[in-house]
Design a protein around this ligand. Structure first.
Ligand code: S3P
Length: 416
């Protein structure tokens, strides 16, 4: 069974932003609880290449920021590795620098759509050349002007790239989204002194003359905690407390949906500093099917593969819709989940913007899962391995390095 207490590593989105904003702020930003996964290390290495002194000691980071105009021209290509957040957010910053730089990443990054940022940034005056809408991106800094942008996708990466460019624009910039995406950029930029106003689905940022360093305590990542919530729900007699988890309402869809499916989840000791944080107690529960779609999708976008896996053991047929964005993540997460759950004997249908999963009593095993080098696919099937009839093997365990290097050790620790 899954027992005890666990503090999963720091939030990936907040860790990236703390390094980026710290680098373009004046003064020293001290970050505690930083995620040392490969994605966030890519962000650190990129800002080091642009002349920022960054010290990493375990999960503490000191970023010696040089202000909005302090970055220097890198003499190498900037490698974002597997990180979409790095590629898209840094593009917004680079669009306004007084040098030319090239951003690229691994095979997966070179297949992820970049026109979603190239279009709005170009409307602001940016000069970005791409490989037909894909990385590598060659970005020559320009003077930018504000725009009002109706984004066709609810994406925090798109919104954040535009807002970061908006810091440097000559007049205000407004981004309107079809549904609210995670708002870590807005919360942290405000803490660093930016002037922005928000409504439910829009953000307006005013041009900024300087950001100022601030200390950031990174909460544990709800997207990493989710794997352990699922483990405790699935394994009989389990009871687990996940400590210090970020429960920002733009990220907590997983908790809302699991409760709706009948899971026993309690939020304890909530504190609200700049991001709300709480302990989460989860006990073994029998789940029933649900329908997941609409405005809740951006609040649980990274948890949908895991929810599909849980639905495969819930009573009834679960429908996931309005989730076309899953096709352009680290892998095509709709296709991959359908193919790999089928190997376990699950009755699952791929739809245009999601999937339909018929819950079963048991999952077969004795299969090897094709992870497509996608960290969240690997962790999802590692959780299912706890309760499958035969062993579920992964073709690549190492991809968990992207967001959770200690995942398998932590799973061993709580599996008593
Ligand atoms: C992220 C936003 C999400 C999420 C990704 C991290 C961020 O992507 O899937 O893992 O840090 O802004 P989109 O906003 O593009 O959906």
């Amino acid at each position: 069974m899954i027992k005890g207490r666990l503090r999963v590593p720091g939030d990936k989105s907040i860790s990236h932003r703390a390094v980026m904003f710290g680098s373009i702020a004046k003064g020293t930003t001290n970050i505690k609880g930083f995620l040392t996964g490969a994605d966030c290390i890519s962000t650190i290495s990129i800002f080091k290449k642009m002349g920022i002194d960054i010290e990493l000691d375990n999960t503490s980071v000191r970023v010696h920021g040089k202000g909005l105009y302090g970055l220097t021209c890198p003499n190498e290509i900037l490698d974002c590795g597997n990180s979409g957040t790095t590629t898209r957010l840094v593009s917004g910053i680079l669009s306004a620098q007084n040098f030319t730089s090239v951003l690229t990443g691994d095979k997966s990054i070179q297949k992820r759509p970049m026109n979603r940022i190239i279009t709005p940034l170009s409307m602001m005056g940016a000069d970005i050349k791409s490989n037909d809408g894909f990385a590598p991106l060659t970005i020559t800094g320009s003077s930018l002007h504000g725009i009002r942008y109706n984004s066709p996708v609810a994406s925090a990466q798109v919104k954040s790239a535009i807002l970061l460019a908006g810091l440097y624009a000559s007049n205000p910039t407004c981004v309107v989204e079809p549904a609210k995406s995670r708002d870590h950029t807005e919360l942290m930029l405000k803490k660093f002194g930016a002037d922005l106003t928000t409504t439910q689905t829009s953000v307006t940022i005013n041009p900024c003359s300087e950001l100022f360093a601030n200390d950031i305590d990174v909460p544990s990542d709800i997207s990493s905690a989710a794997f352990f919530m699922a483990a405790a729900i699935l394994v009989p007699n389990s009871e687990l407390i996940l400590e210090n988890v970020g429960i920002n309402p733009t990220r907590d869809g997983i908790i809302r949906v699991l409760k709706d499916m009948g899971a026993n989840i309690e939020i304890i000791n909530q504190t609200d500093s700049f991001e709300p944080v709480a302990n989460i107690k989860v006990t073994y529960s029998k789940l029933h099917a649900t329908c997941i779609g609409g405005d809740i999708i951006p609040t649980l976008i990274d948890e949908l593969p895991l929810l599909a896996a849980l639905a495969s053991l819930a009573d009834g047929t679960t429908v996931i819709k309005d989730a076309g964005e899953l096709k352009v993540k680290e892998s095509n997460r709709i296709r991959v989940m359908c193919e790999e759950l089928s190997k376990l004997g699950v009755n699952v249908i791929e739809t245009d913007d999601g999937m339909e999963i018929k819950g079963a009593d048991k999952l077969k095993g004795n299969v090897t899962i094709a992870t497509h080098d996608d960290h969240r696919i690997a962790m999802t099937f590692a959780v299912l391995n706890l309760i499958s009839e035969g062993e579920i093997r992964l073709d690549n365990k190492n991809c968990v390095e992207i967001s959770y290097p200690e995942f398998f050790n932590d799973l061993k620790k709580v599996n008593v």
